[in-house]
Design a binder for this molecule. Structure first.
Ligand code: SF4
Ligand code: SF4
Ligand code: SF4
Length: 177
């Protein structure tokens, strides 16, 4: 089992519905976020291209945030999902500094928080909140070890990129291009 997400940058319209759904589902405090939208412009005028990317924790297969955590609060669970156990977190911030994607934030209650792939919903057979609300259906979540899963098929069929692979993190968000 290897949970992963594919994001179709050709279909994303940057509406931020996924961001709002995440905030509500996970009671993210005002002023912080577990996921965010990046607008990226490439090319040279007049041949410019605009890409929207819905970004969050990459649930890296080689996560530096887990390696550097002194208490074991940051850990890997089923399907490779990287989680933080708030009760074990001392708020030292080492994981925030180690993440190349800036995917973590200091929760006002003293622990570090980030995307969980909505594992509480996944365990109930539901999709992550962001996936379930996206009006253009451009987010695909599932088991990359299952060749018949939608995420596997999208990654196999489409050109894609992963971000900052040079960091050696083996990220598990696949941006379809
Ligand atoms: Fe893109 Fe879907 Fe998020 Fe809207 S809800 S920004 S279309 S990923
Ligand atoms: Fe850790 Fe950052 Fe990778 Fe998420 S994206 S698993 S927080 S290193
Ligand atoms: Fe671990 Fe918490 Fe320190 Fe992050 S802030 S490295 S989760 S103890």
């Amino acid at each position: 089992m290897r949970y992963a997400m594919a994001i179709d940058t050709k279909k994303c319209v940057g509406c931020s519905d996924c961001v709002i759904a995440c905030q509500l589902e996970n009671q993210v405090p005002v002023g912080y976020c577990r996921e965010w939208i990046v607008e990226s412009v490439s090319g040279t005028y007049p041949h410019l291209a605009l890409e929207f990317r819905s970004e969050r924790c990459h649930h890296c297969a080689k996560p530096p945030c887990v390696r550097c955590c002194p208490t074991g609060a940051s850990h890997v669970e089923e399907g490779g999902v990287v989680l933080v156990e708030p009760g074990q977190c001392i708020g030292c911030g080492a994981c925030i500094a180690s993440c190349p994607y800036d995917a973590r934030y200091p929760h006002p209650e003293g622990y570090v928080d980030k995307c969980t792939f909505c594992i509480h919903r996944v365990r109930e057979g539901k999709q992550p909140a962001c996936v379930s609300v996206c009006p253009t259906h451009c987010l695909y979540f599932g088991d990359l070890d299952d060749p018949n899963s939608e995420v596997s098929r999208k990654v196999a069929e489409r050109k894609h990129k992963r971000l900052k692979t040079e960091a050696g993190t083996d990220p598990q968000l696949y941006f379809l291009t």
